[in-house]
Design a protein. Structure first.
Length: 94
């Protein structure tokens, strides 16, 4: 079994996490997990009506990050062919 490190990219919105992840994806042998903001059904509404949707959007992100963390951990521990697993925002940032 070959284990590899898990790396979290943490920054504020617009700080360049996704750009860095894309760069690393092209330059290194990594398994990349993107932040799935397009899939969040509350994301755009949280900007229009934050008093109604901001908490729901953040809760959705937290739950999705938990799922991604589980997948990344399994990938890193159980026979991955990658040199590292990189996550665009992880649980430590919440």
């Amino acid at each position: 079994m070959r284990e590899c490190p898990i790396i979290w990219l943490e920054s504020i919105i617009g700080g360049g996490k996704t750009t860095l992840l894309e760069y690393l994806r092209t330059m290194l042998n990594i398994r990349a997990f993107d932040e799935p903001f397009e899939q969040n059904p509350y994301f755009s509404d949280s900007y229009d009506e934050p008093e109604h949707f901001a908490a729901l959007a953040q809760l959705w992100f937290a739950l999705k990050r938990g799922e991604i963390h589980e997948l990344a951990t399994a990938e890193a521990l159980f026979g991955t062919s990658f040199d590292a697993v990189v996550i665009d925002r992880g649980l430590p940032g919440d």
